[in-house]
Design a binder for this molecule. Structure first.
Ligand SMILES: Cc1cc2nc3c(=O)[nH]c(=O)nc-3n(C[C@H](O)[C@H](O)[C@H](O)COP(=O)(O)OP(=O)(O)OC[C@H]3O[C@@H](n4cnc5c(N)ncnc54)[C@H](O)[C@@H]3O)c2cc1C
Length: 465
């Protein structure tokens, strides 16, 4: 048996960060990766948000020399696809003046393939003195008197030490430590995804500074597209309970859109890989630790409850787990009770802030991109009327505006309950009791006569409407 202070299962962003932080604090650290190198399975679209630059110094060292697929993008495009498969409109957005963190004005995400990023970040841990054991599957936990004291690899080799489970969504550590049996079906999404190769430079020429796109549609769950230097991903996901046929059927609906096919032709994009991944999507992480064990990143369900951004929370929780391990080991108390410090600490970070509104954020996401048939059937045409309805030169503008208002009003029976059920609770979470002040019946009653007065001033209906 080999003895370490800390034994980390997984060399993704969570495991590599935990390993770096533990080794830097003087702990004898080993981290395991089942792939021949970290990032071998090139797991997922990797949009890195500016928060990472804000909080992790190493991010300053991420350059195209070390991560050739890296590409920054400042624009996000939302395509609205109608029930006939036509792109009825799109909305392009860039960071606005209200963005307060300066670097976030120049990019929304830095996109890097995980086959580049994961080995890069693991190298910091190795440089700090952690030992990386790749091509090694950890198959079990080592126990003494029912308590976890280390891990066992596929060759039966035993490693003793404090265990950090950074082994992703299907976490052996979570299962074998008794922290979780398996995810409930409403806690995990299944994401099929295509990767396309594109000649370097072509994406910049054609897409400009677009970082990503979302395809909102009534006929498939919202699909995302992430642009790298030499290719892009397109994928979509939904709860395990949602799929009524092979998920690829829905992804193919998006890729098969005439607009998408045109994009493939212009970019001269070549299919490179098809992948299917699981992604935890929780309202709130739970059961994160037990005696001598902490779970971090996807293993504990830390992706953001709105968009499932998971790399940043993986790194934050990896770092905190290492800090807590150092303290617990030096005090000689690694009990479940002592490790409560882990929860207390991540809850105080930006990740914890996100989960304060976890239920409301997750609910709104379930109701929008994950409910195409229920929501997008009215959301897409309503958005199009609001955004583009005025471009009808067959009528005088005043009459056209009245027609648009009339049409938008017809969506009210579906839109209003949606806003009351999903948007209102989120606003309440954000504004607290100020929302009630804004909605105060007396204030509203005082405003009503003015609104009625304005309505009286509307011109009489014109003949032919
Ligand atoms: C389709 C998709 C798109 C996504 N897009 C984004 C995005 O754009 N931005 C973003 O921030 N997040 C994104 N995410 C989420 C993000 O990928 C995860 O949250 C993140 O990778 C979690 O990091 P981790 O280190 O916890 O786990 P992982 O990245 O899963 O790393 C776990 C590592 O452990 C290894 N491992 C597992 N079990 C064992 C074992 N028993 N023995 C040895 N090694 C083991 C695995 O091979 C893997 O390398 C996306 C996820 C998916 C599925």
């Amino acid at each position: 048996m080999k003895t370490y202070d800390v034994v980390i299962v997984g060399a993704g962003p969570a495991g590599a960060t935990a390993a770096k932080e533990a080794a830097e604090r003087g702990l004898k650290t080993i981290f395991f990766e089942r792939g021949r190198k970290p990032g071998e399975k090139n797991a997922s679209g990797c949009g890195l948000g500016p928060r990472m630059w804000r909080e992790f110094d190493i991010m300053q060292e991420l350059t195209p020399e070390v991560c050739p697929s890296m590409r920054a993008g400042a624009a996000a495009r939302n395509y609205f696809v109608n029930e006939d498969g036509v792109v009825a409109g799109y909305l392009m957005t860039r960071p606005t003046e209200s963005v307060s963190y300066e670097p976030a004005k120049s990019f929304i995400t830095m996109n890097v393939y995980r086959s580049d990023f994961d080995p890069w970040i693991a190298q910091f841990a190795i440089d700090a003195g952690a030992e990386l054991k790749s091509a090694t599957l950890v198959v079990d936990l080592l126990k003494e008197d029912g308590k976890v004291i280390g891990v066992v690899d596929e060759k039966g080799e035993k490693y003793r030490g404090f265990v950090i489970g950074a082994d992703g969504v299907i976490s052996m550590v979570a299962r074998q430590s008794g922290l979780r049996t398996r995810w409930q079906q409403q806690q995990v999404t299944l994401v099929p995804q295509y990767d396309f190769a594109v000649s370097p430079g072509k994406i910049d020429d054609i897409m400009g500074d677009e970082a990503l796109a979302v395809w909102w549609s009534a006929t498939f769950p919202a699909a995302y597209q992430v642009f790298f230097r030499d290719g892009f991903h397109v994928g979509l996901g939904n709860w395990m309970t949602w799929w009524d046929r092979n998920p690829r059927v829905y992804l193919d609906r998006c890729v098969g859109l005439p607009y998408f096919q045109r994009l493939l032709r212009i970019l001269d994009a070549k299919p490179r890989e098809f992948q299917v991944h699981l992604l935890p999507w929780l309202e709130y992480p739970y059961n994160t630790h037990t005696d001598n064990v902490i779970l971090v990143g996807d293993a504990a369900g830390f992706p953001c409850p709105l968009e499932a951004e998971g790399i940043y929370p993986a790194m934050v929780t990896g770092r905190i787990a290492a800090e807590v391990a150092v303290e617990a080991l030096s005090s000689g108390d690694t009990s479940k009770e002592a490790l409560k410090a882990f929860d207390a600490r991540w809850q105080k970070t930006s990740v914890g802030k996100e989960f304060e509104a976890g239920r409301e954020l997750a609910a709104i996401w379930r109701a929008l991109p994950f409910s195409p048939k229920e929501t997008m059937t009215w959301f897409v045409p309503m958005m199009m009327d609001v955004l583009g309805g005025i471009f009808d030169w067959s009528q005088p503008h005043v009459r056209r505006v009245r027609q648009i208002l009339q049409n938008v009003k017809s969506y009210a029976p579906k839109a209003l309950p949606f806003f009351m059920q999903y948007v209102f609770p989120l606003l309440h979470k954000v504004l607290g009791d100020r929302l009630y002040k804004l909605m105060d019946p007396q204030t509203l009653a005082a405003a009503l006569p003015k609104v009625t007065q304005m309505m009286k001033q509307e011109p009489p209906t014109t003949e032919g409407e």
